[in-house]
Ligand binder design. Structure first.
Ligand code: AMP
Ligand code: MG
Length: 418
């Protein structure tokens, strides 16, 4: 066994805001958007519930059989030896047995069929001996077994789902089993986004010398689509003050949230922070994280503004660590726990102290059946393939100075995150 180093304390470099503090500050500045809509339940997948769902019926609506077998009175089960009961009819799901089961009688019953009057117990067909109309039951059975009680899943009057619930496939089924055709959900969040940079060439145009293709607008498109927001893609804006001002004004009139990438550092062509200062309120932070140090956050008219860094991996890391939780909060979604695991790393991990690293990793299952993590390799903030090859972030705390193979690290799987 390799010894595990204790988690070094995560106090970041002076002048940089810690990841946790940045998250907390964003959270205090957000409000849930107003506006709801009533939708057919199929259209509510991945939306946020805006009402309480109270069960108007018992689910299941009646006591019914959990097995294919025989329904009988529990008191007729033998304490020893065998009891032979008279078969008096059949009960199918949807077409019950209309008579009453009396002492010494039983009814052939299928899964989901209503428990006939008089009966309170079902014995599996595999556990009986059939002799024509005489059914033989042995010992070892519990009275009341194999019966699903009315209201066991959802009792009439119970609160089944609360506002803020993120609607999953299971919930569509839950709503349907209550007989609800429509529910009220929050309206979609409107998110406008654009890239900034004179070097950016759009897909479909030939690349000129010194240019790169604009990839951030595509990763943002993907990340935002997964969240089910309304997308307003405003293209590429040049590094020009007037153009950026115009784009800011335009975006803030149409969206609840405006997201930009690039132009947020302190270079001579970085106008994002300055423009936000002029047209809105800015909270500019240098965050003690890698990748993704600069982040502009603030208000632009009625919209919330996120100015993400330009480097492609930084865009994704800051989006998942800050923007996504913020958008979910604005959508009215109740927060869940951040899912992380502690796993051994197979590869040593290089790290300089001072900032929280979000390195890209891949989960592997060893021959011993245990999960481990590997680095994807090059970790530069421009190496976007590190994100496409990864299935998790390896989160290394600020003061960590590197990790040896075999040590435990904190891992945030992409499953459920992206
Ligand atoms: P900036 O923050 O604008 O200085 O950009 C930092 C780095 O990210 C530079 O190397 C940019 O070329 C690059 N970059 C900025 N925007 C994009 C984009 N939309 N797609 C790909 N790379 C970008
Ligand atoms: Mg730039």
């Amino acid at each position: 066994m390799t010894e595990t180093r204790p988690d070094p304390c995560a106090s970041p470099k002076a002048g940089l805001l810690s990841v946790e503090d940045a998250r907390a500050r964003i959270a205090t500045l957000l409000q849930v958007i107003e506006g709801t809509e009533q939708l057919p339940i199929r259209d509510t997948l991945d939306r946020v519930l805006a009402q309480e769902v109270i069960s108007g019926i018992d689910v299941p609506p009646h006591d019914n059989s959990a097995m294919d077998g025989y329904a009988l009175r529990g008191v007729d089960l033998p304490a020893q030896g065998e009891a032979a009961l008279q078969l008096i009819g059949k009960a199918f799901a949807g077409t019950g047995f209309t008579g009453t089961v009396a002492a010494g009688q039983c009814v052939r019953i299928m899964t989901g069929a209503m428990i006939p009057k008089g009966a309170d117990t079902v014995i599996m067909q595999e556990q009986v001996r059939v002799e024509g109309e005489r059914i033989h039951f042995g010992t070892g059975h519990q009275p009341g077994s194999n019966v699903r009680r009315a209201g066991e899943d959802m009792a009439r009057g119970a609160v089944v789902l609360r506002p803020g619930h993120h609607i999953t496939p299971a919930d569509l089924g839950v709503l349907a089993s209550l007989g609800l055709g429509e529910v009220r959900v929050r309206r979609r969040l409107r998110v406008a986004f654009f890239s900034t940079g004179d070097e950016l060439c759009s897909v479909g145009e030939p690349l000129q010398e010194g240019q790169i293709y604009d990839s951030n607008r595509y990763t943002l498109h993907g990340m935002l689509r997964r969240l089910g927001v309304e997308l307003l893609d405003l293209g590429v804006i040049r590094d020009d003050r007037a153009a950026i001002q115009q784009a800011f004004r335009n975006a803030s009139t149409m969206a609840d949230v405006v997201i930009t990438s690039g132009g947020v550092s302190v270079g001579e062509a970085d106008f994002v922070k300055q423009t936000l200062d002029e047209l809105g309120q800015v909270d500019f932070w240098r965050i003690a994280m890698k990748p993704g140090k600069p982040l502009a956050f603030g208000r632009l008219g009625r919209a919330v503004f996120f100015g993400l860094p330009g480097n492609p991996v930084s865009v994704m890391a800051t989006f998942y660590q800050f923007v996504q939780p913020a958008l979910r909060a604005m959508m009215g979604q109740s927060p869940g726990p951040v899912m992380t695991l502690r796993l051994p790393t197979e590869t040593p991990l290089k790290k300089a102290p001072g900032r929280t690293d979000f390195q890209r990793g891949r989960l592997v299952r060893g021959d011993d059946g245990q999960l481990r993590v590997n680095s994807t390799g090059l970790q530069g903030s421009h190496v976007l393939t590190s994100m496409s090859q990864a299935d998790c972030f390896i989160i290394l705390p600020a003061e960590c100075t590197g990790v040896a193979a075999g040590e435990l690290v904190e891992v945030q799987p992409f499953a459920g995150l992206i």
